[in-house]
Design a protein. Structure first.
Length: 168
C-alpha cells in the first residue's frame, strides 16, 4: 500500500508522479494530495516550488525568496503545513494519496509525515517520492514497508492500478 520513487538532485520524480496522477484521475481514481511543479525562470534566479493541490487544483508556493546571496533552504514551512492541512482534509473518500515527497521536513517528523501515517492507517494507498538523502529516515518511519518503483509513469500506473483494485 506504499509505493515510492527515489529522487535525487539530478533526477526529480515530480514530472513522473504528475503524469501518472493525471492519468489515474482521468480514469476516475479518486486521488488526494499534492504534485510539486517547479518553474524555471531562465534568468539564473532560483526556481519556485509550487504544490498543486489535488483535487482542488489550488496552487501553494512552498518556496520563499531569501535574497540573491542566500544559500539556505528556501522552503516556506508555514506554506508546506498549509498544504498538508488541505491534503489531510481531503482524505475522506480518497482511493490514493499522493504525498509529494519524503524530504527533510518529513524526516524530522513534520510535513506530510503525519498524513502519510493517517492514510496508511485508514487503508488508503500512498504514493510519493523519497529524496535519496532522507531514505534512511523513510525506512525507519515505514519500518521497511513499501515498494520501490522505477521513475517511470507506466510502472507507477501499473502499481497504482493494481493497488487500488486490490482494495476495492
Amino acid at each position: 500500500m506504499l509505493g515510492y520513487v527515489i529522487a535525487t538532485k539530478t533526477s526529480t520524480a515530480n514530472p513522473t508522479l504528475t503524469e501518472a496522477i493525471r492519468q489515474l484521475r482521468a480514469e476516475g481514481v479518486v486521488v488526494a494530495g499534492a504534485c510539486q511543479i517547479n518553474d524555471d525562470p531562465q534568468d539564473g534566479s532560483p526556481y519556485h516550488m509550487d504544490l498543486h493541490m489535488i483535487p482542488s487544483g489550488r496552487v501553494i508556493r512552498i518556496s520563499q525568496n531569501l535574497g540573491a546571496l542566500s544559500s539556505g533552504c528556501r522552503l516556506d514551512p508555514t506554506a508546506l503545513e498549509e498544504a498538508v492541512g488541505l491534503v489531510e482534509a481531503s482524505l475522506d473518500g480518497a482511493e490514493l494519496l499522493l504525498a509529494n515527497k519524503f524530504g527533510k521536513q518529513e524526516a524530522e517528523g513534520r510535513g506530510f509525515r503525519p498524513v502519510i501515517g493517517a492514510a496508511l492507517a485508514a487503508g488508503i494507498p500512498v504514493l510519493l517520492a523519497v529524496r535519496d538523502e532522507t531514505l534512511p529516515a523513510f525506512h525507519a518511519f515505514t519500518e521497511g514497508l513499501g515498494e520501490e518503483l522505477p521513475n517511470d509513469p507506466a510502472a507507477i500506473l501499473d502499481w497504482a492500478r493494481r493497488t487500488v483494485a486490490e482494495l476495492a
